[in-house]
Ligand binder design. Sequence first.
Ligand code: FE2
Length: 198
Amino acid sequence: MTFTLANLPYAHDALQPYMSKETLEYHHDKHHQAYVTNLNNLIKGTEFEGKSLEDIVKGSFGKNAPIFNNAGQDYNHNHFWNWMKPNGGGDKLPGKLAKKIDEDLGGLEKFKTDFIAAGVGQFGSGWAWLSVKNGKLEISKTLNGESPLVHGATPILGVDVWEHSYYIDYRNRRPDYLKAFVDHLVNWEYVESLFEKA
Ligand SMILES: [Fe+2]
């Protein structure tokens, strides 16, 4: 069994003007494809061949960096495409999730500020996250291909802050990209579905 590149759940130009067709052509078709191709080549003949992607991510963390980096990035990007949608973001949150954000994170506006700050504060390549840990929501950031999955938490929202995610559209303005992500792109229904399962 080999891994295949997940389809984008919308057209390449569907997230414009907040994320361009060109960005998605490079980010999905080239960068994500490379992680999938590398992962398939690296696991051949190893203990990881035939395992699920989540099992490979957890099992290779701290043990096999090349396999972990590519498996982690395949896992992260599979979700990332679904964490966005045309006309997303804003304040239209499903009720249960909104209530939990109020309880654990001090409300939606504070969540947005703290989530953006996590992304801005991640030095170099990585991700900012909203995850569930021991029944509570928490915001975090990780380096390169890591995710909360390897830190005992379940990610329910993540944003890619590698330069390949925003450099074409925002150049060096990572804060503007993160603001556009929370205000116009987040697919809160998908976040809610992961929250319900966590
Ligand atoms: Fe990426």
